[in-house]
Design a protein around this ligand. Structure first.
Ligand code: GDP
Ligand code: MG
Length: 448
């Protein structure tokens, strides 16, 4: 599905892949192509504009890790953007209430009745106790269609009593409750066009049975009008999502993006064919991946971005091991403590390292800030060669950092001890010493 969009965007992504340098001009050209692809896919103009502007903004602001290529980062940006616009995380139906009502609405021929059957079947295979009902008060044939479908998928059909859709819905819900069903899927009447009578009827039904999910069934072939339809149903019912049908017949797929971005109504399921099993839960991330066809790149970028912080820590750990660790490195590590478990996190990078459990818990911000302040009040030379810090220098540093000479002495003593240990450190014994050291940071004089 969405073959055309996928082909175009996939082609763009394929070319970006492995691009070592992306100039602003290249980026503009890429985004122009993307804009065209989105327009051809029938994505609404304001949505296209948003996607392009946002992609540019993120691409220009992106930090590219050394081991990544800009092209790869842009693919990841596009992937994240599409995923976000399509609703982010996949969301399961909210069926926490017993019984929960799932109301399906939409225009005639959109695929509501078929979808009711498909959804019932899917939920039943997930072990839910599901029942179906139709509240099309004027067309007995429509109700019969669903009843037959229910029989085919092996889900009970409940006959709602009454003359109006509202009465039928209330009756069906009562029966579902007494029969111990968990989920009642409610199929409603459609119209050729959205009209006030239809909206009033469906609002009345919703007011009475309070559906936990109000899903718009939307024919993906509807094109640009999908947006208007979604807006009107959303205004009347405050939709919780939509189900896009006939995606097997639609090569453009722009409606999905337009509706999601413009109304915030995200796709929850898609119908992919006439057969009862042609139905699946919609996963924005997977879908974005399918459009771009670059799942491997996206995974790679995620992994690398996560390891950049780790690499920094590893570099410091190597220096530490070689005994080249100076006060400036110390200050930098202290700075990282707040966001990544700092010294302990770094020490963990050494193979075979086991840390005392409470080493991390003992580290709190304030002593770290004080230690940093002392180091920043030193001259570069003092940081590199702490031995030159004599009495008058100490008074200057303590005054400059708002600490005391005594505190400074303690810090320097700890640091000197650490450096000494670093130099001696080899093998398992050294690692044990490092672990002890990490434990001791919590007990440092400043760390009251
Ligand atoms: P309703 O009026 O909204 O209840 O629509 P129906 O459920 O009666 O479906 C109208 C037509 O669309 C039927 O011919 C269905 O077989 C067809 N249909 C529904 N969903 C899909 C789908 O995902 N793919 C295809 N190809 N056809 C579908
Ligand atoms: Mg129907």
């Amino acid at each position: 599905m969405f073959a055309a969009l996928s082909e175009k965007l996939g082609g763009i992504a394929e070319r970006l892949r492995g691009t070592a340098r992306v100039s602003e001009k290249d980026l503009d050209a890429t985004l122009r192509e993307m804009r065209l692809a989105l327009l051809e896919a029938d994505v609404a103009l304001p949505v296209v504009r948003f996607l392009i502007d946002e992609a540019r903004r993120r691409a220009l602001g992106a930090e590219v890790a050394k081991s990544l290529q800009p092209g790869q980062v842009i693919i990841k940006i596009l992937h994240d953007l599409l995923t976000e616009v399509l609703g982010g995380q996949r969301r399961d139906l909210d069926v926490s209430r017993i019984p929960s009502v799932v109301l399906l609405c939409g225009l005639q021929g959109a695929g509501k009745t078929t979808t009711a059957g498909k959804l019932a079947r899917l939920l039943r295979t997930q072990g839910r106790k599901v029942a179906l009902t139709s509240v099309d008060a004027t067309r007995p044939a429509a109700r019969e269609q669903l009843q037959i479908l229910a029989g085919q998928v092996g889900v009970p059909y409940i006959v709602g009593e009454g003359e109006t859709a509202e009465a039928m819905a209330v009756s069906a819900l009562d029966q579902a409750r007494t029969q111990g069903h968990h989920i009642l899927i409610l199929d409603t009447a459609g119209r050729q066009v959205v009209d006030e009578a239809l909206m009033a009827e469906i609002r009345a039904v919703a007011a009475r049975v309070e559906p936990s999910e109000r899903l718009l069934v939307l024919d993906s072939m509807t094109g640009q009008t999908a947006l208007t339809i979604a807006e009107q149903f959303h205004a009347a019912l405050s939709l919780t999502g939509c189900i896009l049908t006939k995606t097997d017949a639609d090569v453009r797929g722009g409606a999905a993006l337009s509706v999601a971005r413009s109304t915030g109504v995200v796709i929850r399921y898609v119908g992919t064919g006439e057969k009862i099993g042609a139905f699946e839960a919609f996963d924005p991330g997977r879908f974005a991946g399918r459009i771009l066809g670059q799942g491997d790149v996206v995974g790679l970028v995620e992994k690398i971005q996560a390891t950049v912080d780790r690499e920094k820590a590893e570099r410091a750990a190597r220096k530490l091991k070689k005994g080249e660790f100076d006060l400036m490195d110390f200050a930098e590590q202290l700075g990282q403590m707040q966001n990544m478990g700092g010294m302990a996190g770094m020490l963990k990078m050494l193979p075979g390292m086991k840390l005392p459990k409470d080493a991390l818990a003992q580290l709190d911000d304030k002593p770290i800030k004080r230690m940093q302040a002392m180091i920043y009040s030193m001259t570069p030379k003092e940081r590199r060669y702490p031995k030159i810090i004599n009495g008058s220098r100490k008074r200057r540093i303590a005054a400059g950092s708002g600490t005391s000479v005594q505190e400074l002495n303690q810090m320097l003593k700890q640091f000197a001890q650490m450096q000494k240990m670093m130099k001696k450190m080899k093998g398992a014994k050294g690692r044990r010493m490092l672990a002890q050291l990490a434990g001791r940071f919590g007990g440092m004089p400043g760390a009251r």
